[in-house]
Structures are given as C-alpha cells and as structure tokens.
Design a protein. Structure first.
Length: 315
C-alpha cells in the first residue's frame, strides 16, 4: 500500500541517502542545497512510502492552493530508484499524490520535469503519468548541450575567437575568487537588464562550501586580472553552466571561447553532457536568437526543460 506524507526534518538523512542512490537525483535536490533559500519558499516536499519504506521523493513548495516542484530549483520531479519502482507504481504514486493534494486543498500542480540528460538511468515514468493525468505543457525552455562522448567542433567564429584569446595571453583556470566574479556578473546584469544574480555572493559561497566538488568557477585572466568566466554546476552526468559573465575588456579579448574550451576539455570528469543553459524569456515564449547562436557555435544543440500543469480537481 502506497501512501504520501509531507517531508519533515526527521527524514533529512534518509532523503539525502535516497537522492544519492536514485536514478535521476542530483545534488541540487539534496536538502543542504534546497534549504539555502528556505526563507523564500514554503517547503512542501512529498515522500511516497510503501509499507513504511521510501520509494520516491518529490521536492516541492506550496504557494496558496498550488504545489510547485520546485519554485526555487531548475527542475524537481519525482525522484525514483533504479530498481523497485515500475511504471505501474508511478501511476499509483500519482493517484495517491492527487488524493493527498485534494485533502490539503491544493487545486493545481506545477511540475518541473528532470531533463533526461540528468538521468543516470532512464527515468521518464513520470512523463507517462502526466499524460495519463491530462497534464498540459505550462512552459518549455530551450537549452543547448554538448554530448561529451562525441562533441561537435567549434564553428569558425568560435575557433577564431579562441585563437585570438590565446594570442592575447589569456589564461584560463579554476578559481576560488567568487567575489571578483560576482562583481563582474552583478555589473553586467545590472547594465544589460537592470537585475542582479539569482544567488547572492554570500549564498553562492555558502553553497560552494557545502558542495565544493559540484560547484566550480572557471575564470579567464590577463596579467592576473579576472576578465570573466563561468560558474558551473556539476552532477553525475551534466556540467551545467549556471552563470556567464565578462568585462568589457574580456569581450574585446574574446575570452569566452577560451573559457568554454577549457571547461569542455578539462572539467567534466566523467560527465556525459555539457549544458550551456536556457536561452529564453517569458516562460519560453521568446528565444534569444543571438545567445543560442553563440552556444551553437560552441557545438551545442537543443535540449528542452519542460514544466507541466495539472488541475487537481479534474482527477
């Protein structure tokens, strides 16, 4: 018999152990990462139990009468083990979740699918459950990824930029100078969009202290001065670009081809994909064609991040 319960702190160690051994969990779904912004989201993560044994986890927060999986994360669908949970079990988990959500007054579910590139083993049983439960696509964001087993070459512009940066004496290396990078990033975002990074400097330094093997800063230097770089999140299968920023001089010296050439060749340590992140605005309705063209120039191709919406009262 499957039942759904709400996550509480007593499950923390069990949650993290389950994520680590799952077929589709990543470090951003561990409690130590999820809870860094607990002041901004009301956590309402769910646990599926079968005969008192955990068989699946759903990272989630609640906002009024809507459950979101998860509002503070890039993705956050049902996390499942490699063995022991079948497609039929997922359908039952979904039915029990629906009953539970109705019992607490939730009327809709916003469900962020974990993209397949993050799966250690195939894990799309939830997509079938979404279809069976008449879910609709809420948003689709287009990312750009490289298959590191068979990477496509840089295009002519990217190769030319790489040669230019090398000739200019640009040095690329892993760095711990988060303050310098955050100054560059914050200035760039404010200048272009009037915004600031999603993470504060204090938050990213804290997260790096908790997950030093998963969060890496790759930076470009000229005569010891940082000119920009990229912050990368590393999971078992994916190097994901979280932030990119350059100074005006960094753009003039075309540092990004050198930064990504270094990251693609030297950082992945067994990852299968290098994911540049999404190139959209307004929930995917608009495509930043210049940005995605640049990513394609580095050999990346399209991967979607899809979010679904379910109206609970329909079930």
């Amino acid at each position: 018999m499957i039942e759904i319960v709400r996550y509480t702190g007593e499950y923390r160690r069990l949650w993290d152990n389950f994520v680590a051994k799952s077929k589709n969990g990543t470090f951003i779904l561990l409690r130590g990462y999820m809870e860094y912004h607990s002041d901004r989201f009301v956590d309402y993560s769910l646990i599926a139990l079968c005969n008192s044994k955990v068989i699946a986890l759903l990272p989630a927060n609640i906002d009024g009468d809507t459950l979101i999986s998860h509002g503070g994360l890039t993705y956050g669908g049902w996390i499942t083990p490699a063995k022991g949970v079948s497609a039929a079990d997922m359908l039952e988990i979904w039915d029990k979740m629906n009953e539970y959500l109705i019992s607490i007054g939730v009327k809709s579910l916003i469900y962020k699918v974990i993209p397949h590139i993050y799966h250690k083993h195939p894990a799309e049983e939830d997509l079938y459950a979404l279809f069976r439960n008449r879910a609709e696509v809420h948003s689709t964001l287009l990312s750009s990824a490289i298959d590191l087993r068979d990477p496509l070459p840089f295009d002519q512009n990217a190769r030319r930029g790489l040669k230019f940066a090398v000739a200019a004496g640009i040095e690329v290396r892993e760095s711990l100078e988060f303050e310098a990078f955050w100054d560059i990033l914050s200035a760039l975002l404010y200048e272009k969009y009037g915004t600031k990074p999603v993470h504060s400097l204090e938050e990213i330094k804290y997260l790096h202290s908790q997950f030093p093997q998963n969060i890496k800063l790759i930076a470009a230097y000229k005569s010891g001065e940082m000119l920009g770089g990229t912050l990368i999140y590393m999971t078992d299968t994916v190097e994901h670009v979280q932030y990119i920023a350059t100074t005006e001089l960094g753009r003039e010296l075309k540092i990004l081809p050198a930064v990504f050439d270094h990251a693609i060749r030297n950082v992945h340590g067994g990852c299968r994909y290098f994911d540049f992140g999404t190139s959209n605005e307004d929930g995917g309705k608009f495509l930043n064609e210049g940005l995605i063209r640049q990513k394609y120039g580095f050999g990346a191709r399209g991967i979607v991040y899809t979010t679904y919406k379910c109206n609970i009262q329909d079930f």
